[in-house]
Design a protein around this ligand. Structure first.
Ligand SMILES: *Cc1c(COP(=O)(O)O)cnc(C)c1O
Length: 434
């Protein structure tokens, strides 16, 4: 399928080109030329299909012949190698647990899928590529693990010193091989600035092919539809009515993928854009006025985004019709105090431990359902609580036990290079690599 640039619709590229480029002219995002509908047969057979088959069916319409079927199936197998349980918390509300992957966060799906597509396309080109990632904690772990050991790709992760949790830091720094971690004496914004400067450094780009691995890349964005379909498969086994789906949102890649699946025919009653204090989209959905902000720090820090990149894709999906969009999507902004309170409340009431991102989505859903009696739904629990121990332990007054699977990771030696937040330092590090 072809993809067009949302800023310059005349720029049209293949799936491969869109994956290799990341974004189009003037940083425009790529968008599929048409929205392929799911067949009635596919939707009615969902509850009998293995997850890998669901992934394959979902993705093949976009990829066509650009990746042979056999290889695409392998990519789906390696991507969907962990479960996505739908856990009932109350009769009305379930959690779609997305933290059973290698880095304990939902971004594992997109990162694994993208790394393998990229690697396949690079082999055809006989090329090597450098992936630069700035992370506040969560993205970096998924990218490190998803790209680890993938040929022709080198990964450089920049994270703010002393500002990521212990589990996150080990995930960034415990690997070797093609993944290098840089500990930046500064903030997440400094890390992002360094990466941006590298992308616009013409001399550097002549020596190294650089790319990013964030959700603007279609190979990271599109596979996120798959777990909505997997959730649907479980939902249909227990419920007749369509679900209300609450998505903890920052850059809106995740929610936008769910809404794409809905436009393709997946049954959904309503979506909720669950945000923390960074409430650009909830405000827009209430007032029809869209104004970006400078990101505010919160406990659910993977959602601290003041100018969500993917929201333009949501608008495109609904033809920029506020009426159509607001009929299916509501927004809700949750404060840190409410986040802590709901983590505590649910722990006491049902023994379930929410992470701060899942907590935002849970509460937004609970609020919506209290105004729409009789409806039911699920929220996306996007990370394991152990990745955000400060907030969770503050709320519950209990230590979160380390999952068995993490114990080997925590014993790994931390290997990093420390740099200042000056571009010259980062540049010097990069230039000794080529
Ligand atoms: C990245 C992230 C989000 C936000 O996802 P977007 O696709 O950027 O909206 C939510 N929760 C967690 C734990 C994350 O890591």
């Amino acid at each position: 399928m072809q993809f067009y640039n949302l800023r310059h619709p005349e720029e049209r590229v293949s799936y491969k080109k869109a994956t290799l480029l990341g974004q189009g002219k003037d940083n425009g995002l790529f968008f599929p030329k048409s929205i392929p509908k799911f067949s009635v047969k596919f939707l009615s057979q969902l509850s009998h299909l293995p997850n890998v088959e669901i992934g394959f069916e979902c993705m093949k319409d976009f990829i066509g012949e650009e990746i042979p079927e056999e290889i695409l199936r392998n990519i789906c197998e390696e991507t969907l190698c962990f479960p996505f349980p739908l856990v009932e918390i109350s009769p009305e509300i379930s959690a779609l647990e997305m933290f059973h992957g290698p880095s304990l966060a939902f971004k594992d799906v997109g990162a694994r899928f993208m790394s393998r597509c990229l690697s396949y396309f690079l082999k055809e080109e006989d090329k090597k590529i450098w992936v630069l990632v700035a992370t506040s904690g969560d993205t970096g772990g998924a990218v490190a693990s998803g790209f680890y050991g993938i040929s022709d790709i080198e990964v450089i992760i920049l994270y703010p010193k002393n500002r990521v949790s212990p589990v996150q830091e080990k995930q960034l720094t415990g690997l070797r091989g093609n993944v290098k971690a840089l500990e930046v004496k500064g903030s997440f914004d400094d890390c992002q600035r360094l990466v941006k400067e590298a992308f616009s450094d013409t001399e550097l780009n002549e020596k190294m092919s650089l790319t990013s691995a964030n959700s603007i890349n279609i190979s990271r964005w599109l596979p996120q539809q798959v777990y909505y379909l997997i959730a649907q498969k479980e939902w249909q086994k227990k419920h007749k009515a369509k679900p209300v789906i609450s998505v903890p949102s920052g850059n809106f890649g995740n929610l936008c993928a769910g809404m794409l699946a809905y436009r393709r025919g997946m049954p959904v009653d309503h979506f909720i854009a669950a945000c923390n204090k960074n409430d650009v989209v909830p405000k827009y959905l209430k007032t029809e006025k869209y104004s970006t902000i400078k990101a505010l720090p919160t406990l659910s820090n993977a959602m601290d985004v003041g100018n969500p990149s993917n929201f333009v894709r949501v608008m495109e999906l609904f033809g920029y019709s506020f009426k159509d969009l607001s009929a299916i999507l509501s927004g809700e902004s949750i404060t840190d105090a409410e986040t802590l309170a709901v983590i505590e409340k649910i722990k006491t009431a049902s023994g379930y431990t929410l992470d701060p991102h899942g907590a935002v989505a849970y509460l937004a859903l609970e609020n919506y359902l209290s105004l729409h009696l009789g409806k039911k739904g699920f929220f996306l629990e996007t990370a394991h609580p152990v990745k955000f121990p400060d907030a969770v332990e503050r709320a519950t007054n209990k230590k979160i036990p380390l999952p068995e699977t993490l114990k080997p990771l925590m014993k790994k030696e931390k290997i990093t290079v420390e740099i200042s937040s000056n571009y010259s330092d980062f540049r010097a590090f990069l230039s000794q690599l080529f």
